[in-house]
Design a protein around this ligand. Structure first.
Ligand code: NAI
Length: 422
């Protein structure tokens, strides 16, 4: 019988997934393997590069030793986790995996080929998932004979530490596969947010203004990098300012994500990339990893750069405007924070408006996935929906750009006197 003629759903949605295949032993694959092995799954970690497998095994040994030192696990637990992972150099070895999560390079053609080969080995009921950040799950699923078995399972880096996992059903994905994955990833002690298969899913979409509006404020000459970072941390309570965070992520990577989301949304001006970031990226000012980004990372200041206040000494020389040089008006700093915040709230509200995810999942995604101090929709309730609408309308009046259009949901809620959470 041809595979496509058989019924998909999983026979017993209650049954735990026992064997997990991971494709790609790089940053994400090795972390996901650790998470699944810790949860008691038998893991088969596959990579085409033997050195990647060796590195993954060495890295895990170090991480587990550190966890022993901290008293989080004992030697028996370490052995158990290590014994749960088999490092394999043939995709065929994943034949008995109940669930396989792919974490290889972000290239649709390569992923499709790997998925097709994998499908020829695994059972009819096996689930095949991708950890992709930017490709549509529908396009990956379309490579399979049984696209209903395909789903997005998107971890955050570092996978063992970040609580959030976005689970993304494609239009083809069966309800059983979605339910099974949500149950399993929850069992792995992660916070699951179910997201629609739309560009950026939840986090990479809703977080765009954190970077984009900060860059725009800088480009308009309102404040320098350090002042904007200071405002977001000291007034907003964010752990890192936008420029510190872009330097941490890497300007090349952050720029590419922005460009991908912008193009995927048919050039919606809300997601427009910034020349400042493009130029920094082109100049090789990639951030921490290259020693210079928006800030300099010399040996002396790299470690404590983020701990300083706006009056600290770690800002790059020559990159502070006089205007922002320690006597920038508190009013301006509050305006900077509020402008970025209201743009984030607008994005979160719009994601809800377009049914990308539930209000709870949108707020959980931002607090658990990128450590925001509060959920954005809860923050909107706190600030007042009317306040959000009037701030956005004021920005729109100022610039007359579609970028500042208020989400219809916020406007409707303001009219009807509703809030997000009662
Ligand atoms: P990486 O470059 O660290 O690791 C990729 C690994 O895949 C390498 O070890 C490579 O040898 C292996 N590989 C390449 N082609 C292969 C093939 N055909 N078969 C088996 N192994 C193959 O990449 P990283 O950062 O782990 O990213 C992997 C995926 O996870 C990408 O889709 C990325 O978009 C996504 N992702 C990455 C995040 C990050 O912060 N790095 C966060 C969330 C998702």
């Amino acid at each position: 019988m041809s595979k496509s003629n058989q019924q998909f759903p999983i026979n017993n949605p209650q049954s735990p997934i026992k064997t997990v295949g991971i494709i790609g032993a790089g940053t994400m694959g090795s972390g996901i393997a650790q998470v699944a092995a810790t949860a008691g799954c038998s893991v088969k970690l596959f990579d085409v590069q033997q050195p990647a497998l060796d590195k993954a095994a060495t890295k895990l040994e170090k991480i587990l030793n550190r966890l022993i030192e901290k008293g989080r696990i004992d030697a028996d637990e370490k052995n158990r986790i290590q014994e749960n992972i088999q490092y394999v150099n043939s995709l065929k070895e994943l034949a008995n995996a109940d669930l396989t999560i792919e974490a290889i390079i972000e290239n649709l053609d390569v992923k499709k080929k790997v998925f097709q080969e994998l499908e020829s080995y695994v059972s009819d009921t096996a689930i095949i998932a991708s950890n992709t950040s930017s490709l549509s799950i529908a396009s990956i699923a379309a490579s399979l004979e049984k696209p209903e078995r395909c789903i997005g399972i998107h971890f955050f880096n570092p996978a063992p530490l970040m609580k959030l996992v976005e689970v993304i059903p494609a239009v083809q994905t069966s309800q059983d596969v979605l339910d099974m994955c949500v149950a399993e990833i929850t069992r792995w002690k992660k916070v699951v947010a179910v997201a629609k298969d739309t560009p950026g899913f939840i986090v990479n979409r809703v977080a765009r203004p954190f970077y984009g509006e900060a860059l725009r404020i800088y480009e308009e000459g309102i404040a320098d990098f350090a002042t904007i970072d200071w405002a977001m941390k000291s007034i907003g309570g964010f752990r890192m300012g936008p420029f510190e965070l872009m330097d941490f992520i890497g300007n090349d990577i952050n720029y590419t994500v922005t460009e991908t989301v912008f193009n995927a949304f048919y050039q919606d001006p809300r997601y427009k990339p910034s020349f400042t970031q493009q130029r920094h990226s082109q100049a090789g000012y990639l951030g921490r990893k290259s020693g210079r980004g928006y800030y300099h990372y010399t040996d002396e200041n790299a470690e404590n750069a983020f701990a300083k206040s706006r009056k600290g000494a770690s800002r790059p020389e020559g990159e502070r405007s006089d205007k922002a040089n320690s006597n920038t008006d508190e009013v301006v700093e509050t305006q900077i924070f509020e402008r970025i915040l209201v743009m984030l709230i607008n994005e979160a509200a719009d994601a809800l408006f377009w049914n990308v995810a539930s209000a709870e999942d949108i707020d959980n995604a931002m607090t658990k996935g990128v450590n925001y101090p509060k959920g954005l929709l809860a923050w909107a309730d706190e600030k007042g929906i009317d306040w959000c609408v009037s701030q956005l309308d004021a920005l729109y009046d100022e610039y007359h750009e579609d970028r500042y259009r208020c989400s219809p949901l916020l406007r409707r809620m303001s009219r009807e006197g509703n809030i997000f959470f009662n």
